[in-house]
Design a binder for this molecule. Structure first.
Ligand code: NAI
Ligand code: MG
Length: 367
């Protein structure tokens, strides 16, 4: 039986509540597939500040590097809002992603049929949507140098820079093609090639990588018109890949399609397998729901666990390479929703809502 080592970092607010749900799902998947999940756990974010005076300890990074995957809840809350930016809970999360070299951030957006009327868009537009935004996470405009704000006697002045080396573009685009191959075989490479040199390079490299995947269709799209299509004809898309800032913006836009913030999973991937000797994993990754710590509902047991549970499905798919078990989890989510089960964020006014544990119980029965 192969062991899978997962570091749990539940964090703050509803983080521990939804991570517990995801852990139950992984344990059941383990029983059914022959993996033995070995969980370790540590504090991160506000919880780590309270216990250790820092949002992320070096020991935690070492624990992550000895694991096959990291599963994170959420960090932050009003209790720590007064702290300076560099020592706040969120700083721990940013440092963790950077130290682990996670260059690809993936946000799949899938509209489950029972929720097609739960979004602000028309049901006929969102029904059947199933796409992934792949965002380059460790380069581009957010890391380019020089980056500076000057206050000079002649006036204020600021600069940010958008640099990319061809290998940085190649590795993220290649990952997008690998993902597309296991899906509907279409990659949309997003850029602003009519204006930016980096985008001209991006387009060139994307086309070169595309030649290695003759079975996958490559389309180039300008980021502005792509933003329109994402809400006008979202079903057009399968895998979208783009620069850091473009990805930050379009992934939030795409999130609207799913109905509730509590529905959305994410993965931050490395191109390589984990460093742990004997690991069965094909790729190291950090998995977390997209939502934050939701202080307004924390401790009440009513958080929607779907974002976390779908993140567990991504771990099974991309770190373990087990497509069948990942699909089974997603199908259990769909069936649970189809049975009428709703957490408070999804229920219509007057409709009964289930708590986090009761919803997870129902889902485990389906699974
Ligand atoms: P949030 O995502 O925590 O909450 C926004 C709204 O959505 C709230 O009304 C909340 O109750 C609701 N919500 C979120 N997740 C839900 C779920 N699973 N089930 C039901 N309802 C859910 O964002 P907000 O309020 O802006 O931030 C709260 C704290 O979380 C802040 O300290 C922020 O910095 C932090 N945060 C952390 C993130 C992370 O750890 N990755 C991401 C976003 C925010
Ligand atoms: Mg954002």
């Amino acid at each position: 039986m192969s062991e899978v080592h997962v570091l749990l970092l539940p964090g703050d607010g509803i983080g521990p509540e939804v991570v517990a749900a995801a852990q139950r799902v992984l344990e059941l998947v383990g029983h059914r597939t022959g993996y033995r999940f070995v969980f370790s756990e540590d504090l991160v974010g506000g919880a780590a500040i309270d216990a250790y005076g820092t949002p992320l300890r070096d020991e935690t990074i070492e624990m992550a590097l000895r694991s096959d995957a990291v599963f994170l809840g959420a960090v932050g809350g009003p209790k720590w809002d007064h702290l300076p930016k560099a020592t706040r809970p969120e700083a721990g999360l940013l440092r963790l992603r950077k130290e682990l070299g996670l260059f690809a951030n993936l946000r799949p957006v899938r509209v489950f049929d029972p929720l097609a009327d739960a979004t602000p868009l028309k049901p006929e537009i969102v029904r059947g949507v199933d796409l992934i935004v792949v965002r380059e996470l460790t380069g581009g405009l957010y890391f380019g140098q020089p980056s500076e704000l000057r206050r000079e006697p002649t006036g204020r002045w600021a600069i940010d820079t958008l640099p990319y080396r061809e290998e940085e573009i190649a590795r993220i685009v290649d990952l997008a093609f690998q993902l597309a191959r296991a899906r509907r075989r279409k990659v949309t490479s997003v850029d602003k090639a009519n204006v930016l040199n980096t985008s001209a390079l991006w387009r060139e490299v994307a086309s070169e990588i595309g030649q290695r995947y003759p079975d996958v269709t490559l389309e180039h799209a300008l980021v502005d018109s792509c933003a329109m299509r994402l809400v006008a004809r979202p079903r057009d898309f399968d895998v979208l890949v783009m620069e850091n800032l473009f990805g930050d913006i379009l992934s939030d836009e795409a999130a609207v399609l799913a109905g509730s913030l509590g529905m959305l999973p994410s993965a931050s991937l490395h191109g390589q397998p984990p460093q742990r000797p004997g690991s069965p994993a094909v790729r190291f990754g950090l998995y977390e729901p997209v939502h934050g710590s939701a202080p307004d509902i924390a401790g009440k047991g009513i958080a929607n666990p779907i974002g976390a549970i779908l993140s567990a499905a991504l771990l099974v798919r991309w770190t373990l390479g087990n497509e069948r078990a990942a699909t089974a989890i997603e199908q259990a989510v769909e069936e649970t929703l189809a049975s009428g089960a709703r957490t408070a964020d999804l229920a219509r006014p007057g409709e009964p809502a289930m708590g986090t544990e009761a919803f997870t119980d129902r889902l485990l029965e389906r699974l």
